[in-house]
Design a protein around this ligand. Structure first.
Ligand code: GUN
Ligand code: FE
Length: 434
């Protein structure tokens, strides 16, 4: 079926430039965009027109990293750094998902709120439990959103209540891969929690499984300084934190790999990230809440490393990708300031320009969207040939008398900075889900 959306359309042409179209038609054929037109070309047999005149139409937003089981304590218990936060707050909560009833109730709320949010695609951690993760897959599959979920693998350095043997970890991973192999929307991603949580034997097996089943990989990298030192202690033979993954073929050698945070990466890490085409999932809210630091996103972009944006719920204290865009920009200014202060002290000569709105918008759409490219599938834009993922936004609640004078770019920028988000409609791969 071919249908059209009429409104004020914007998408990223590239990292720096936005394409905008006032009062145009965005046309969808099946699951793909046919592009943007001033009027509907006769050759298209359009069977329905959605009139979103005066509303903004933009690509869907991609959340590159979040933890579904942590949604239950979002916005609470933020006064610790990573390792203490995991042991005190996170592991006890994730242990509750052993109980299928609890998992089902909690994951229903998560799936329902994610569906209502501006996120169209996601990359998500579950817990280590087979049953709970299976429930999460089923609930998310039904939302119509698209994404990846992985059962967490963790066979060391956890609490008694939240632990698994290497054998169970592998067995349940394989069982879930099989169970979800026919899913249309939500696919499996290999999910070693992070190096401190996984024995060498488990890491080795996960590298092999990813290769054998051609599955992508997600994990955490260099989030916190004590964590980086701990990894060096655990794997003294590794040349860096990234190398610890690389030793087990878990660092983009044969598949798409996304690493959350990447706050404290050194030169060896960055070279490996460049060479293995790693995605950085930049999580500004979480990096601030857990006092982790501020990731050098400008440097990653200058090095042509893939960057997407992420909420990292519940290290991140909101589910909103609009706020993630705002925080990406504002924290990049602090990063620039930090480097400038260092420069005056003569410890660094590098300048890290802060990010502009257009750049952050690109990262939230095409930056993460590229992770989902596959064969003839392309994600993160509204140009012809891309999967039809889009959002319709109502920004009329701002000063309506002046509103008509603003450019689409100005309206969009302001929408991201203002808390009163109003999402009118949401389409994922051509399907209207709100
Ligand atoms: N590193 C390992 N596990 C986690 C987690 O659950 N959240 C965050 N932010 N970092 C981690
Ligand atoms: Fe995380």
């Amino acid at each position: 079926m071919i249908y059209a959306l009429k409104g004020d359309i914007a998408y990223s042409k590239n990292l720096n430039e936005l394409s905008t179209y006032k009062n145009h038609y965005l046309i969808c054929d099946g699951k793909k965009s046919l592009g943007v037109f001033k009027s509907i070309p006769k050759k298209f047999k359009v069977s329905k027109i959605y009139n979103f005149s005066d509303k903004l139409i933009i690509p869907g937003l991609v959340d590159m990293h979040l933890h579904a089981p942590q949604y239950s304590f979002i916005g609470m218990r933020m006064d610790l750094e990573l390792i203490d936060w995991l042991n005190t707050n996170t592991f006890p909560e994730e242990a509750k998902y052993k109980n299928k009833k609890y998992a089902e109730s909690a994951y229903k709320i998560f799936a329902s709120d994610l569906k209502k949010s501006a996120t169209t695609r996601f990359v998500c951690f579950a817990t280590l439990h087979y049953d709970a993760t299976s429930i999460l897959f089923d609930l998310l599959e039904k939302t119509g959103l698209k994404g990846y979920v992985g059962k967490v693998n963790m066979d060391r350095n956890s609490t008694k209540e939240l632990s698994e043997t290497k054998e169970d970890s592998i067995k349940n991973t394989l069982k879930l891969i099989k169970k979800v192999s026919k899913n249309k929307n939500v696919k499996y991603i290999i999910t070693p929690r992070f190096i401190p949580s996984c024995s060498n034997e488990l890491l080795k097996e996960l590298g092999k499984i990813s290769k054998e089943y051609s599955l992508p990989i997600q994990s955490h990298l260099s989030e916190n300084r004590s964590e980086v030192l701990w990894v060096k202690d655990l794997l003294p033979e590794s040349k860096s934190y990234a190398d610890a993954y690389h030793m087990f073929e878990l660092f983009g050698e044969h598949t798409n790999t996304v690493m959350a945070h990447c706050v404290w990466c050194n030169e060896i890490d960055m070279k490996l990230m460049e060479n293995n085409k790693i995605w950085v999932a930049h999580s500004p809210s979480s990096n601030r809440n857990l006092s982790s630091g501020n990731a050098p996103i400008r440097e990653y972009l200058d090095r042509n490393i893939n960057v997407g944006l992420a909420t990292d719920v519940a290290g991140g204290s909101y589910l909103s990708m609009f706020r993630t865009i705002e925080d990406t920009i504002t924290t990049s200014k602090l990063k620039w300031l930090e480097k400038d202060i260092e420069k005056e002290k003569n410890t660094s000569t590098k300048e890290l320009k802060s990010l502009k709105f257009n750049e952050a918008f690109y990262l939230a759409t095409r930056g993460g969207g590229k992770f989902f490219d596959d064969g003839d599938t392309k994600v993160g834009s509204l140009a012809e040939g891309f999967d039809f993922d889009c959002l319709v936004l109502d920004d009329k609640n701002f000063d309506t008398t002046l509103y008509k004078e603003l450019t689409i770019e100005e309206r969009l920028e302001r929408f991201m900075y203002r808390p009163n988000e109003k999402l009118v409609a949401k389409f994922v791969a051509g399907k209207k889900i709100i």
